[in-house]
Design a protein around this ligand. Structure first.
Ligand code: PGA
Length: 264
């Protein structure tokens, strides 16, 4: 069985001191014995934090210090595909690895929309991640409202996947996480309906398995996930976890999302 992923995308929020305080609260709530007593298997699910770069090392040290590095992992919110050089403001794969990251979010819709990241740029980032071989990408895809109104979301998403993974046709992909994040549901206050979500996730599974060789695939959902709607999302067969923005910023709210997801 694939491990579920409950991931927090902090976006451009929290200083390193705020992250330290947040993790103090969050990690205190993770009482392994308590979970064992309730017969919940902690290691079926991974918690992933994607704080700003300035807090990665602080977060990593805190997680290691608390002996939670088997359960809690880190992601960077982005990477650049070159190894080093004159790329002001960018961050390399080596740099995020040195801060303890296991994952990297690639192609988030905010990167695409606000920072004009193209499918081709995203493909280069994905390709460099697999060349390096140590980081698992969390590749974000998802349509905007116009595309959905025209009922072209399946074509749109398959096209995004196909372009991003283009260099990997006929190659073995050891592990990939796709985050399906319909843009119209991000920060909107209401997520996709569970049936529509399950249908898209099942489609992504089928499309990728028909066209690529992926050893470990997980498809997670993002867009207005909260402690009140996690259950209706996570109970679906092809929804392997969630990527949470707004509702991850409060440690109790994100902890509840994690805890409620464990019971299914
Ligand atoms: P949201 O953001 O949970 O605030 O909708 C999700 C995301 O952008 O990853």
């Amino acid at each position: 069985m694939n491990k579920k992923i409950i991931a927090a995308n902090f976006k451009m929020n929290k200083t390193h001191k705020e992250i330290r305080d947040y993790l103090d609260i969050f990690l205190k709530k993770l009482d392994k014995e308590d979970f064992k007593n309730k017969n919940l298997n902690l290691l079926d699910t991974e918690i992933v934090f994607a704080p700003p770069y300035t807090s990665l090392l602080e977060a990593y040290n805190k997680i290691r210090l608390n002996y939670y590095d088997d359960l809690v992992r880190l992601a960077s919110q982005n990477i650049y595909y070159e190894k080093s050089g004159a790329y002001t403001g960018e961050i390399s794969i080596e740099m995020i690895k040195s801060c303890g990251c296991s994952y990297a979010i690639i192609g988030h819709s905010e990167r695409r929309r606000i920072f004009n990241e193209t499918d081709d740029l995203i493909a280069k980032k994905i390709s460099s991640i697999f060349d390096d071989g140590k980081i698992i990408p969390i590749l974000c895809v998802g349509e905007n409202l116009n595309v959905r109104k025209e009922q072209k979301e399946y074509d749109f998403v398959s096209n995004q996947l196909n372009t991003a993974l283009n260099s990997l046709k006929n190659k073995k992909i050891p592990s990939l996480i796709v985050a399906y994040e319909p843009i119209w549901a991000i920060g909107a206050g209401a997520p996709i309906g569970p049936e529509d979500g399950e249908k898209m996730h099942a489609f992504i599974y089928k499309y990728l398995n028909d066209n690529f060789i992926i050893e470990e695939l997980r498809v997670i959902y993002g867009g207005s996930v909260t402690q009140s709607n996690i259950k209706m999302l996570i109970t679906n067969k092809h929804i392997d976890g969630v990527l949470v923005g707004g509702a991850s910023l409060d440690p109790s709210s994100f902890y509840n999302i994690y805890k409620f997801s464990l019971q299914y």
